[in-house]
Write a protein that binds this ligand. Structure first.
Ligand code: ADP
Length: 192
């Protein structure tokens, strides 16, 4: 099973991805987490990526696509859940090419829909309550992350609508309710 969790920053993709990993033995591929790992290791890639992430801009497609490609090729036979990837049309197309080469294909793209004002409130709360706030979790950078989401990432949607793979879920509900609705779609894939 290969699924994309799609949605703006703060929509709850990471939380839902973790649940799916536990329940369906999927491998979570979060490009944000991979980049934060690279920063923590102090690698060249991490140093380059940090400056871009701290502004809320997108890291170059080349870096992202090769990170993902390495993971997919190194874990043949696994199911995947993508979280934070793809973030623009180039990445979406590159993913399809990568999967096709391995005779794989995407099953479903789940969009978690949350309005901007709710996202801003959620992230402000996350910053207030966390002792280790992410360096890109502040009001100014968040606004840019949302901007980038609307300018680039959301533009992928018609691509997946054309493939009849996009489903929408209302993300302004409890973690449990969102998770149950996602489960409903997953059950359909498992049955196929
Ligand atoms: P969020 O979705 O909460 O903003 P992520 O952890 O997914 O956070 O991403 C954090 C930052 O990492 C992004 O703002 C961007 O700079 C970089 N990043 C993550 N995934 C990608 C990607 N697929 N393409 C380009 N940049 C990415």
């Amino acid at each position: 099973m290969i699924i994309i969790l799609f949605g703006p920053p703060g929509a709850g993709k990471g939380t839902q991805a973790e649940r799916l990993v536990d329940k369906h033995n999927l491998m979570q591929l979060s490009t944000g987490d991979m980049l934060r790992d690279a920063i923590a290791r102090g690698s060249d890639l991490g140093i380059k990526a940090k400056a871009i992430m701290d502004k809320g801009e997108l890291v170059s497609d080349g870096i992202i696509i090769s990170m993902i490609s390495e993971k997919i090729q190194g874990n043949k036979g696994r199911g995947f859940i993508f979280d934070g990837f793809p973030r623009n049309l180039e990445q979406a197309k590159a993913l399809d090419v990568m999967l096709e080469k391995l005779s794989l294909s995407l099953d479903l793209v789940i969009e978690i829909v949350v309005k901007d004002d709710v996202l801003i409130n959620r992230i402000e709360k996350r910053v207030r309550e966390s002792q280790h706030a992410r360096s890109d979790d502040n009001e100014e950078v968040l606004k840019n992350r949302l901007n980038v989401y609307h300018q680039s990432t959301e533009k992928i949607k018609p691509y997946y609508v054309a493939q009849k793979k996009l489903v929408k879920i209302d993300g302004i509900r409890s973690i449990e309710q969102v998770s149950n609705e996602i489960e409903g779609y997953i059950v359909d894939i498992v049955k196929q």
